[in-house]
Design a protein around this ligand. Structure first.
Ligand SMILES: [Zn+2]
Length: 470
């Protein structure tokens, strides 16, 4: 890049920093967590207020502003044909009462950090992108293509805002979202969140499993599990619990009450995208239950089938026949995260993160057939396919060069097991604004963005716009 532009960019942001912080502060003051839908406010009052405030800020900055069903607001830098879209969001996750530096919606600037809910996720990055656009206009470099800032209000609760926008507007040739981390994410695993059921007739022949329960959310590996068995004593169970504890590394305990024994299992919880870091209490419990000396009922056979399909420690989907890996994002991962067993049914929910070689055919259908062979029915569900944009594309290379030029650090395109805001866009990548070595407390207490991170991101975006659209 021209050295002339570099000093002009530096000067622009030095001059604009106060106003930029003012705009960001106004946005952070709005508690834009999802609330109950109201007339014209599909995600409740907070997101609607943030949308209105953002429209005001975009207009004040001289952009051409449009809104989409009260879900999304966009601002155009020019009236040229579409070139680059920058997709960010205004909604935030709720804040608990454990903040120590400030109240979540009363931002403060302290020791070079702006604290407040949404400062890093994703209001700060949105404002950085806005000022990058106005900087380019101020530099007076003629643009060949448009730059559009798109601000959604439902990223944290499933991105149902995006269809309202993309139902009306085409995807731009290039899109990045500053809603993850630098350097850049161009590969995202797919996801299959499957639910399966089994049903059988009640059979009271002793001993039998009366119930079992584990897990609270489909993407969280359960740290505990509970089961009730009838017809076995604590004494008879103890050696079986000891053996299961030895096999699984989980801790088991049994307590007799009212003619039944309640068994608890404690493992270690974790995130479904990283099952190898957890010790799944659900599969540990299945390991124990499948080996109990129960009467040979249909229900017991289904519990054994669950155990065969989801053996403890198998977080690669081996037993289901879908173990696979690729160069871009490594191995498929799979974890069983919800379990409900009663006297006439079994239910289990699993979460699989799938590499780019994964398809409906070699993943979803294989699992469905494997389960069917065990007498278990997988509910019909849509698989989220993997996402990948070539690291060799001009777009990705140009973004990485802008990052390298301004940060002085090496750029590289990375993969993630999670999904970003651009997962469903053909040529979308995530670019900014978390940086290595800074823990911004994303989604946690005392969330912040450093002033340096905020201004550096704005400068990186400015250069990216210059290089991509001028
Ligand atoms: Zn976000």
């Amino acid at each position: 890049m021209d050295a002339k532009y570099r000093s002009q960019i530096e000067a622009y942001f030095e001059q604009q920093q106060t106003q930029l912080l003012q705009d960001l502060t106004e946005l952070v003051r709005i508690p834009s967590t999802r609330g109950e839908a109201q007339e014209g406010m599909p995600y409740g009052v907070g997101p609607a207020m943030a949308l209105r405030k953002a429209a005001e800020i975009l207009e004040r900055a001289g952009l051409r502003v449009q809104t989409y069903d009260g879900c999304v607001v966009s601002g155009d830098l020019t009236e040229l044909e579409p070139g680059l879209d920058i997709l960010a969001h205004l909604d935030v996750v709720p804040a608990a009462d454990n903040w120590t530096v400030c109240q979540p919606y009363e931002p403060v600037l302290m020791d070079g950090k702006l604290y407040g809910r949404g400062t890093i996720d994703d209001k700060g990055p949105a404002i950085a992108a806005l000022y990058a656009m106005t900087c380019v206009r101020e530099l007076g470099v003629p643009l060949k293509r448009n730059v559009r800032l798109i601000l959604g209000t439902d990223e944290e609760c499933g991105s149902s805002d995006l269809p309202h926008y993309y139902g009306k507007e085409p995807e731009a040739p290039m899109t990045f979202t500053p809603d993850a981390s630098f350097p850049l994410i161009n590969t995202e695993k797919g996801r299959l969140c499957g639910e399966l059921d089994g049903a059988f007739l009640r059979d009271d022949r002793l001993p039998y499993i009366a119930s079992a329960e584990s897990g609270s959310k489909s993407n969280v590996i359960p740290e505990s599990a509970k089961a009730v068995v009838v017809g076995l004593t604590e004494e008879a169970l103890q050696p079986l619990l000891d053996a299961a504890a030895k096999r699984t590394g989980a801790a088991f305990a049994a307590k007799a009450e009212q003619g039944a024994v309640t068994i608890t299992c404690k493992g270690e919880g974790g995130h479904a995208a990283m099952p190898e870091l957890a010790n799944n209490a659900l599969t540990a419990m299945l390991d124990l239950l499948a080996g109990l000396p129960c009467a040979d009922s249909e229900g017991f056979r289904q519990v054994q089938a669950l155990h065969r399909c989801f053996p403890h420690g198998d977080y690669r989907g081996e037993a289901l026949g879908v173990a696979m890996r690729d160069e871009l994002c490594g191995a498929l991962t799979l974890s069983a995260d919800l379990l409900r067993i009663d006297e006439t049914s079994v239910y289990l929910c699993f979460d699989s993160r799938c590499p780019t070689c994964s398809t409906e055919e070699n993943t979803k259908l294989v699992i469905r057939d494997r389960l069917a062979a065990e007498g278990l029915t997988m509910r019909d569900t849509e698989m989220v396919l993997p996402h990948h944009v070539s690291a060799d594309s001009d777009f990705v290379r140009t973004l990485l060069r802008a990052y390298e030029d301004w940060s002085g650090k090496p750029g590289r395109a990375e993969a993630t097991g999670g999904g970003t805001y651009v997962h469903d866009l053909k040529s979308g990548v995530a670019f900014g604004c978390e940086m290595e070595g800074i823990d911004n407390h994303l989604h946690g207490a005392d969330e912040f963005i450093t002033l340096e991170q905020l201004m550096l991101s704005a400068k990186i975006f400015t250069q990216a716009i210059l290089d991509l659209c001028c």
